[in-house]
Structure formats: C-alpha cells, structure tokens
Design a protein around this ligand. Structure first.
Ligand SMILES: C[S@@+](CC[C@H](N)C(=O)[O-])C[C@H]1O[C@@H](n2cnc3c(N)ncnc32)[C@H](O)[C@@H]1O
Length: 300
C-alpha cells in the first residue's frame, strides 16, 4: 500500500474503527491494477489540494463528514423506508447551491471512488466500457460530473482533441472539476439538464449518479435520449436503497431501474452491479443493502 493511502486509511480508522476495518478489507480485495490507479489518483489529488492551500487531511475530514451524513440518512431510511428528501427544489437549495456542503460532499465522494469496493468496481466498469466502445466518438457530454473524476478518465481514454461538454446544476461541482482538470479544453455549463437544448447531439453521454437525484428519472432519460445521436451510447449509474442528503427517487431493486430504462426507449448493452456490503443476493434483498447499478445503453 502507498504511504499516502496508508495514512488515509489509518486516519479514517482512528475516527471510525469499524469503518476503517471495512476499507482495509475492500482494498485487500482489489487486483494489482488498483495500486497503479490509486497512486496516480492520489499524486494528482494531492497537487490539486496543495494548489488550493489544502492538505489530504482536509479531504479526509470531507470524507468523514460525508460518511456521517450517509449514516444519519441511513437511520431515517431504516425507520421510514423512504429517502428524507422528496423535492428537487429543496435539494437544490440545501445541497447544490450550498458551497460548504457541496465541497465536503464532492471531495468525500471522490475519495470513495477508491475506498468503497462497489464504487471502485463501477469506475473500473466505466473505464472498460468506454475503452471498448471508443470509436466514432467525436463529442462527449457528461451530465452531473460532480467531482470530475469520470470526465478526467474519459479525456484520458478518448484524448484531449474531442469536444467535451460538462453540464452540472451546481457551481461548486463545476469549480471542483475545473480544478481537477486544469487547463483541459471543456465547455462548462452551470445548468439544469432539463433546460439544456444544444444544436448538436452527442456520440457518448455519461450520467453517473444523477437519476436518483430527480423526481422523475424516466423524464430525465427521455430528455437525455433527445441529446444523444441515433447510434450513440449512454452510460448511466444509479444506486438502489442508498440514502443520501440529495437522493430523492428510491429505486428498490434492479427491476425498478430496468423498467425506467425500457420505458424511456433504451436497450441495455452491458450492465454491472455491486453491493455496498459483501453479502449474498438474499441477504442484500432482505436487509435492503445498497447496490450500485451501471449500464451502457443505446436507443431502441
Ligand atoms: C452525486 S453527484 C455525481 C458525481 C459523479 N457523476 C459520480 O458518478 O460520482 C451528482 C451531481 O449531479 C448534479 N445534478 C443533480 N441534478 C442535476 C440536474 N438536474 N442537472 C444537472 N446536474 C445535476 C449535482 O450537482 C452533482 O454534481
């Protein structure tokens, strides 16, 4: 394990021993390519933090704050069977337009991509899927980029000479992505995707963890379909049973997600799923263990 990764895990373990134990187990389960990826990520991330007069301790605090939010929301979810937020407008005010909340949330989420087994598996699946289907992609749209990690992976795979557009409703997400990408050429838009009506359509659209943030995910997929070329690919990820401060729409299982995808006029080309805990399907279903779902889609 690298020194920095060790430091992060030790500091998280000191604050929350049980969670630290889980992270160690996650990391032990990853293959050797993980270390190459996480070391490259952490070197770049440390530089970005330094440029903003911050250290990795800041990022660890962000992660712990995000974790505290998830734990709080989980207690509400177990008690009521529902997510605590129901209105997009409320979440926009409370989270997306609140730089303090968005900053710790997006830094925490960025670290989770390399600390949580189910998030890392989805990141790997994205890299594999985009690498396999990268021909004929001239313009690329990311919706709800958040921290910007997925967009940086797309640019690494496709090369810097393609047309890249990022749309996100949160000014804080756009700011963090700009910091993460440096002076890469990207068309940045601070906007609700429902209001986005560009002249051109996109060959590849990536929309990670946004479907559960809207009141009507089917309407969102229909909107996104209108932005995609006829032969274009859409990459989506969304969780089931995953309470968070900005999650509105509850997908209870894979069938719920498939229904929305099909009704919006998409075919599933490939899919990946990963539970947040190392449990069987039966246990996951019984105890509503959160699952990440990812799929590469094409229009019917
Ligand atoms: C949880 S983050 C996802 C980050 C990243 N894509 C990932 O998969 O880890 C959700 C992002 O979607 C943005 N978002 C939510 N609703 C949106 C909308 N209607 N239009 C544009 N962006 C939206 C939020 O501001 C936030 O940056």
């Amino acid at each position: 394990m690298s020194l920095l990764l060790n430091y992060i895990i030790d500091k998280i373990s000191a604050a929350n021993a049980l969670h630290g134990k889980k992270l160690k187990k996650n990391i032990a389960s990853f293959d050797s390519s993980y270390y190459e990826r996480v070391n490259a990520f952490l070197s770049k991330y440390e530089l970005m933090l330094q440029k903003n007069d911050k250290t990795i301790d800041f990022a660890i605090d962000c992660y712990l704050q995000m974790l505290a939010d998830v734990n709080y929301e989980t207690v509400q979810f177990v008690r009521t069977g529902r997510y605590s937020s129901h209105s997009f407008e409320d979440v926009r005010k409370k989270v997306y337009s609140n730089p303090e909340v968005m900053t710790y949330y997006m830094h925490g989420l960025m670290l989770s991509q390399f600390l949580w087994a189910h998030h890392y598996k989805i990141l790997e699946a994205f890299i594999e899927n985009l690498s396999r289907h990268h021909s004929n992609i001239n313009n690329y749209l990311e919706i709800g980029g958040g921290h910007g990690l997925y967009l940086s992976e797309a640019i690494r795979i496709l090369g810097p000479d393609k047309d890249y557009t990022l749309i996100d409703i949160s000014p804080s997400s756009i700011e963090m992505t700009k910091e993460w990408l440096g002076n890469t050429n990207v068309n940045y838009l601070i906007q609700d995707v429902f209001d986005y009506n560009p002249k051109n359509k996109f060959d590849f659209i990536s929309m990670g963890e946004v479907l559960e943030h809207v009141e009507n995910p089917k309407a969102l997929l229909i909107k996104v379909s209108s932005l995609l070329t006829e032969n274009g690919y859409l990459w989506i990820t969304t969780p089931t049973n995953a309470p968070a401060i900005d999650h509105i729409y509850l997908f209870r299982n894979t069938n719920d997600i498939h229904q929305v995808i099909t009704e919006a006029g998409f075919d599933i080309i490939e899919k990946t799923t990963a539970y947040a805990e190392d449990v069987s399907d039966e246990v996951a279903e019984k105890f509503k263990v959160s699952m990440m779902y990812a799929a590469l889609l094409k229009k019917h």
